[in-house]
Design a binder for this molecule. Structure first.
Ligand code: ADP
Ligand code: MG
Length: 323
């Protein structure tokens, strides 16, 4: 029996995510009402995921829900902001209750974790497509834009950004032969990426610039550098690679995936040299999970170095992974 649109919204989305005192009116009226704290700026991000493009329709519904929110939380994290509210525009070919249950549970669990309330949205029939908007709070003045880096600032990345790309490659059959443990771990990193929301807020104290890695470290670090009016040198041997990734893909391909693979939603950030010691003391890298990978420099463009020598992209083979 087909669900009516109203029942669908009430069942799956009316009580999805956190309850917040600053939502006097959420799902159910013509629009939501939200209380904004004085002295804060509103921060807004939105991302669309299209079936067949950003995910495949047979991927677990919980993963699709999780990722639709995670990509937005990652953008909010990169601003050093605090997420508060989300809106969901859902276009569905049919009201499949099992799928909706999974989708809402994946999205809702991540929203709960970050104290985000789902306050509204829209539901329409059509080819599967998901747009999520997240709103949150940013103290002013904003501390971490893409443009705040300067030549000489050190570059860091959180987590092990190649894992999710390897998980996707496993899903697509482009990577095979991983051990069962590595296989499960890498797929999990793709399906349920961890937006670095808390780290982003902490980094406001130390970082001069920040971007989230959604399209690949090389490209996204390049965007940060360009916005900062400089170039970037990434040290190939410093790239953080998980044991699972190294064992599944081998060292060379693991580093390629780390440089060029998207989907990881890690933070890439620049820190002025005088702040590095304090940051590593107050935010221990082993505890917070980040590593130095290079430096911003005057010369524009991006280079990857190995033991101090610039690597030649065209001979390194990593073009295979750019689409
Ligand atoms: P209207 O036609 O007035 O836009 P809708 O029927 O589209 O009303 O929506 C009714 C309520 O349900 C609104 O509060 C809207 O924000 C909310 N809503 C609709 N779809 C979703 C969804 N997918 N997720 C969360 N809230 C939704
Ligand atoms: Mg509507």
């Amino acid at each position: 029996m087909a669900l009516t649109e109203r029942t669908l919204i009430e069942r799956y989305f009316k009580n999805c995510g956190a309850r917040r005192a600053d939502v006097p009116l959420g799902v159910g009226d013509d629009a939501a009402l939200l209380d904004t704290p004085p002295g804060m700026q509103l921060v807004a991000a939105m991302d669309t995921m299209v079936s067949g493009n950003h995910f495949l329709p047979h991927f677990p519904a919980a993963s699709i829900g999780h990722r639709a929110l995670a990509v937005n939380l990652s953008d909010i994290a990169a601003m050093g902001a605090v997420p508060a509210w989300a809106l969901l525009a859902l276009t569905l070919p049919k009201a499949d209750e099992t799928w909706l249950e999974g989708f809402a549970s994946g999205l809702g669990a991540l929203a709960q974790k970050h104290n985000v309330a789902l306050v509204g949205g829209d539901t329409t029939a059509g080819p599967l497509c998901i747009t999520v908007q997240v709103l949150g709070h940013a103290p002013r003045p904003p501390a971490m834009l893409r443009s705040g880096g300067r030549a000489g600032h050190l570059l860091f990345v959180s987590g092990t950004p190649g894992d999710a790309a390897a998980g996707l490659a496993l899903e697509l059959g482009q990577l095979t032969g991983a051990s069962p443990n590595a296989d499960a771990y890498l797929r999990q990193r793709f399906h349920f990426p961890t937006p670095r929301v808390e780290l982003g807020q902490k980094l406001r104290e130390y970082a001069s610039a920040c971007i989230d890695v959604s399209d690949g470290l090389l490209g996204d670090a390049g965007k940060l550098a360009e916005a900062s009016g400089c170039g970037i040198a990434i040290a190939h041997e410093q790239l953080p690679v998980s044991e699972a990734l190294a064992s599944a893909a081998g060292d060379a391909r693991a580093r390629e995936l780390t440089l060029t693979g998207g989907e990881g939603y890690e933070l890439c950030f620049a820190v002025a040299p005088e702040n590095v010691e304090r940051m590593t003391r107050e935010l221990p890298p082993q505890e917070w999970g980040y590593a130095p990978i290079g430096v911003l420099r005057e010369a524009p463009g991006t280079v990857v170095t190995r033991e101090g020598t610039v690597m030649d992209f065209s001979h390194s083979g990593w073009d295979h992974f750019s689409n």
